[in-house]
Design a protein around this ligand. Structure first.
Ligand code: ASP
Length: 439
């Protein structure tokens, strides 16, 4: 059994839905996890935001625009009357439900309901199309087995237990279609795994079903060794270890949801990144095994804020860092990078929504400097013991760029530097030249 996840662009039009159908229909048993059609979740977020602002009429208007889109999609996708009728009835039901949700007024639960409709629509449309084509497919409802707890963390044991009966019930089916992204929370209300969460769904489902492989199909031929938006001649990385992939997914390689690697790693299920538009391309294979050492890729993460916390009381004292961390803990703000000296500590955060409170609190025992518009440049690979001067290669490549922080040794898999965002493009290009092209 394998799990195949297709993103929003892969199911973004009737012809893409037909293409995905021909890709998955290869005679092998699989679970197919689908995102919403591209643009739909954004449209649903807009409806929910209009509702939050009390703009009921605007929310309804946006809903009507989306309804019209789906009526057209179904008309092009399906040709047999029986399935046209099924799709028309389902689309009408979903948009009535959104209207009913709008009537109820905004709440976080209503937002969860509205945002879930994109994946429900895409999976039903693809399912109807597969039935029309005589494919041996079933639809299994994510809202009956994907569960998160009060903290928003997936409950893998619950998912496993509740998915099992569906797998048994449809033993005779080759293709089991389900929704990415959506789930139920501890109150049984419809919720989600946050934006881009379908990858995470696929990985959790792969872990719960003990799949042989989790395939993530997008519109690019695997993870590239640098950001193609800033650097020419980037190439797909053929193989990555789980640790390397997790660093890359977190530090800006947008192709994969940052949490997606963890369930796969925990249950040791390989992840394969493939291109829907070019299925013959090899893609990127992510597994436990480290096939080659050395630099694999460079990625950047923007909108980083650096905070320098300075205090003479830190000199030879213990408990200072504890005090610092407690402040961030209290404001539920994760720290990304950290470097220390004897009298100061510099750290970075990517969520500055609680910055004011954090600074106020830190100022009670230290002097604080804050710099925004910073980028973390992260060089990922298997860098064990720096036998070959790997850190030196990174800093030499960046010798013309002012480095605000350097972090090395936290793991064997990354060297990160913090720079002002205006230097990001130059830094990515320099690292590409020095680490991948000169060798
Ligand atoms: N449809 C959701 C989103 O656009 C989840 C996903 O596509 O991964 O964020």
């Amino acid at each position: 059994m394998i799990v195949q996840k297709f993103g929003g662009t892969s199911v973004g039009s009737p012809s893409n839905m037909q293409h995905v159908t021909s890709l998955v229909n290869d005679g092998n048993r699989k679970i197919v996890v689908l995102s919403a059609m591209s643009g739909t979740t954004n449209a649903l977020v807009e409806i929910s935001e209009a509702l939050k602002k009390g703009k009921i009429e605007s929310a309804k208007k946006k809903n009507k625009v989306l309804l019209d889109k789906y009526v057209k999609v179904a008309a092009v996708l399906l040709s047999k009357e029986e399935f046209k009728a099924k799709a028309a009835a389902y689309i009408a039901q979903i948009f009535e439900e959104i209207n009913a949700a709008i009537e109820q007024g905004y709440s976080i639960d209503i937002e969860g309901e509205i945002l879930s409709k994109g994946e429900l629509l895409s999976t039903h449309l693809v399912y109807f199309y597969q039935l029309q084509e005589g494919i041996n497919a079933a639809l299994i409802p994510a809202l009956e087995f994907m569960y998160i707890n009060e903290e928003g963390d997936p409950q893998i044991d619950v998912i496993k237990e509740r998915l099992k009966p569906f797998l048994e019930q449809h033993r005779d089916k080759n293709i089991l279609i389900t929704q990415g992204f959506i789930c139920r929370n501890h109150k049984e209300k419809v919720s989600n795994l946050k934006r881009g969460g379908s990858d995470y769904s696929a990985s959790l489902i792969g872990a719960a079903a003990n799949a042989d492989c989790i395939e993530i199909w997008t519109d690019i031929d695997g993870m590239h060794n640098n950001d193609p938006r800033y650097v020419e001649n980037t190439t797909p990385i053929r193989q990555l270890s789980f640790d390397e992939a997790a660093e890359l997914a977190y530090f800006g390689a947008k192709i994969l949801h940052p949490f997606c690697i963890f369930p796969a790693q925990e249950f040791n299920i390989p992840v394969l990144l493939k291109n829907t538009m070019d299925p013959a391309a090899e893609g990127t294979y992510i597994s436990k095994t480290i096939i080659s050492r050395g630099f694999k890729a460079v990625a950047a993460k923007d909108n980083i804020t650096a905070i320098k916390i300075k205090s003479s009381r830190m000199l030879m004292a213990y408990g200072f860092l504890k005090k610092v961390f407690e402040v961030f803990d209290c404001y539920r703000t994760p720290i990304d990078m950290i470097t220390t000296s004897e009298v100061a500590v510099s750290l970075t955060i990517d969520n500055d929504s609680e910055l004011e409170g954090i600074i106020k609190e830190l100022e009670t025992f230290a002097s604080i400097e804050v710099e925004s518009e910073q980028s973390i440049i992260c060089v990922v690979g298997t860098l064990v013991a720096d036998k070959h001067g790997m850190a030196a290669q990174v800093t030499e490549a960046l010798s013309s760029i002012p480095l605000r922080m350097i972090s090395y040794g936290g793991s064997d898999y990354n060297i990160s530097v913090l720079i002002r965002s205006e230097y990001k493009s130059e830094a990515l290009q320099l690292l590409h030249q020095h680490l991948f092209q000169n060798s």
